[in-house]
Design a protein around this ligand. Sequence first.
Ligand SMILES: Cc1cc2nc3c(=O)[nH]c(=O)nc-3n(C[C@H](O)[C@H](O)[C@H](O)COP(=O)(O)OP(=O)(O)OC[C@H]3O[C@@H](n4cnc5c(N)ncnc54)[C@H](O)[C@@H]3O)c2cc1C
Length: 464
Amino acid sequence: MSGSPVVAVVGGGASGALAAVHLLREARARSLTLEVVLIDRYGRHALGQAYSTADPHHLLNTSADKMSALHDDPAHLLTWARGNGLDLAGSDFLPRGDYGRYLRDVLADAEDVPARVVRRVTATATGLTRPAGGHGVRVELAGGEWIDADAAVLALGNRAPAAWPQIVDADTPRYVADPWAPDALAGICDGTPVLVIGTGLTMVDIAVTVTRARPDAVVYAVSRHGLLPRRHPDPLPVPVPTPIQDGPLPLAGLLRAVRLAVRDNGGDWAGVVDGLRSHAPGLWTRLSPADQRRFLNLAARFWEVHRHRIPPVTAARIAELRDGGRLRVLRGQVIRSTAAPGGLHVHVGVDGAVQVLDVGWLVNATGPGSDIGRDPFLARLIEAGDARPDRLRLGLDAGRGGAVLDAEGRSDGRVVTLGPLLRGTLYETTAIPEIRAQAAAIAPRLIETIAAPVSVSLTAEPEF
Ligand SMILES: Cc1cc2nc3c(=O)[nH]c(=O)nc-3n(C[C@H](O)[C@H](O)[C@H](O)COP(=O)(O)OP(=O)(O)OC[C@H]3O[C@@H](n4cnc5c(N)ncnc54)[C@H](O)[C@@H]3O)c2cc1C
């Protein structure tokens, strides 16, 4: 495809794949040729972290009617399912592996060979540079190769969980530092007890997999609050509005408004949280940085358990495991661990006392790491001044359409981002409904930018 414009997409998960889909659709609408180079470290193109699971009991936590990959075609997933022999109702929760298959099909269907194609590259991107005097980008790959492109989309997804050097050395055998790495959980189904740090959705996945593989296995799960994701009500709730004052929004005022809305909704959180969800980015940007930090420290966990609910069938399985003593949830914190024959001794502080658990495996499921400086690719980009972290360092600072802002707060619109890297800027940005809307918004701007003879410098408020 020599002569065609090229867009390099770093990160091949749902965000990268949906960005590619919308870029190809936009190019087709304008009768332009385009090559999208989709670069994924693990070759999990269109699947990424969430949809590469092979366990059929790992379900979506969102009902099928909300999971279309295409912003302008809400029934697209249901139509695909019918065409693929799946008996799927809008209120069903599809296995995530099947959803991955769907995303792969959506990506393949967006291609229009030879005019508009995706080149799938399996490699780690180590850096992105802006060649002097040019209007393009160069993505450097581990191994010394590179890809020259007219623009780039940064879709690196979530960071691996934070390291806990005071608790365990990352190289300790039988310690799983990143439960989302390929085959990370392959070894832990050996029947020995598993201790999971974290009680969120990843813990739920692990408990489901380990206990199905070995009927005798016990899973411990520990977190500061001991809070587990709530169950989706059946039927699914109707979203209800929360009246919120205009103008500056102190966190205390926001929390008060939410509590009142829950009270007025008969104590039902689910409808209130669902009603707030699409307003979350706007509310987030109205909080002061200090209140954003306070929210993360004090309230985020409570938001998350109501916001990321699990399907009824998964909730029933978790309840059964807890009743049978096979999933033991502890409210406390892991203090330290020492290697032992065939596993680890782990010291856990619970209610002021220390319990020592002898386990075969220790898994870090504390959620995405919160400092983007730990990612070598992003650290290099920031060090070169071609990007800057958001105020909370959860991701990148971005302007309109996800335009990545440089150290001075400028952008020529040729490097954009979407998905989890916008967490500090938008907060609610990691699920498919947000990602597909962002992908649809990015595409026309990026195509326009690379089709224009000269680049313009812009700064703008974050907005999609
Ligand atoms: C377990 C789980 C269940 C979920 N369930 C739902 C759900 O039911 N409904 C919903 O709406 N959302 C759900 N989500 C949220 C959401 O859909 C995902 O987080 C989303 O898939 C994010 O996609 P992503 O592409 O941004 O990130 P990722 O999936 O993390 O993909 C990023 C990819 O980039 C690669 N990468 C990173 N750095 C580099 C580099 N330097 N070079 C090359 N490649 C790199 C990574 O290896 C990875 O494959 C779920 C998330 C998880 C984790």
